[in-house]
Design a protein. Structure first.
Length: 308
């Protein structure tokens, strides 16, 4: 299995088949001005998440019956604001169009139930500041259980670690090894801002770590030991194992979209820390959060002067 998919201009189209697993998927589309794109969800439910620009979404059933339409206000970049979004059920046909231009992420999960389309307002999205000191990051919980329950399998959130900060830390897992109670296949989709701290650019970079422990080899899972340089638009697949940290290089803000889905009967983000590093969570009680977080809100950027 190839864990790292560079975002060097090639289309991002991850399906369960291409990833070598059962549930999670992701497409990223660039919408040219006035050009209509059609997407068939098939056996998967999906979110329509603007990365940049505004767009309209028309949802039809597989039998060509008009079901809903949404105008998504979107945002200028992922480092500009929390965005609105739409949920679309399986067996749907989407028509996407932008008057100017837009980039949109379509995280997905194979499911069995067909739920009706629904709109999520940016103002209803909780923004959490997690961690402390250099491990402080923003977590935008737009589609996690308890916040957005209108989904069967699909769980998503966005994270922004400011330049130099660590995220997904301590390293954690959610797989079929003890003592995990929840199994999730996970996709990390990265965007990295350039020197202006705002517009994505391949100039900047970050690091992503995925690895296994002795319990994974004991369960018959192949060893993973990957430290990956990630740049804007890159994707990392996490079939199992500990993942983290995700490190934003000094000078370059990092964003990543988490896409999770698994075989459980209910959606969950439960995880197990690497026991060697779990103590780090307790150390946060004696540290102050990085004042650069939160970075964004539904109203825009929180701090004047940027996050560099």
């Amino acid at each position: 299995m190839t864990l790292h998919i560079p975002g060097d201009g090639r289309p991002i189209c991850i399906t369960p088949e291409s990833a070598g697993w059962q549930f999670s998927g992701l497409r990223v589309l660039t919408l040219a001005p006035g050009v209509v794109e059609t997407v068939v969800t098939g056996s998967a439910e999906m979110f329509v998440l603007p990365l940049s620009g505004a767009l309209s979404v028309q949802v039809d059933t597989a039998a060509a019956r008009a079901e809903a339409s949404f105008d998504l206000a979107g945002r200028e970049t992922v480092f500009a604001a929390v965005t609105d979004f739409a949920y679309v059920g399986r067996d749907s046909v989407l028509t996407l169009c932008s008057d100017v231009a837009a980039e949109v992420a379509l995280p997905s999960a194979r499911c069995t139930k067909r739920l009706p389309p629904a709109y999520g307002a940016a103002t209803g999205v909780p923004v959490e500041v997690r961690g402390a000191g250099p491990a402080t990051r923003q977590v935008t919980n737009f589609a996690i259980p308890g916040v957005w329950d209108h989904a069967e399998k699909l769980v998503c959130c966005e994270l922004i670690p400011p330049p130099g900060n660590w995220s997904s830390y301590p390293p954690h897992k959610h797989d079929a090894t003890d003592p995990c109670e929840v199994v999730n296949e996970e996709i990390y989709y990265y965007r990295i801002a350039g020197p202006d701290q705002f517009r994505p650019s391949r100039q900047g970079f970050g690091l992503h770590r995925t690895y296994t422990g002795p319990e994974h080899s004991g369960a018959g899972l192949a060893e993973l030991d990957e430290t990956i340089e990630v740049r804007d638009g890159d994707v990392v697949l996490i079939p199992y194992g500990y993942h983290g940290p995700c490190v934003a290089a000094p000078g370059y803000p990092m964003y990543y979209l988490n896409v999770l889905a698994g075989p459980g009967g209910s959606r969950s983000t439960a995880f197990c820390d690497d026991p060697a590093h779990a103590w780090i969570r307790d150390s946060w009680s004696g540290q102050r959060p990085d004042p650069r977080c939160p970075v964004t809100s539904a109203a825009g950027r929180v701090l004047d002067g940027g996050i560099g």
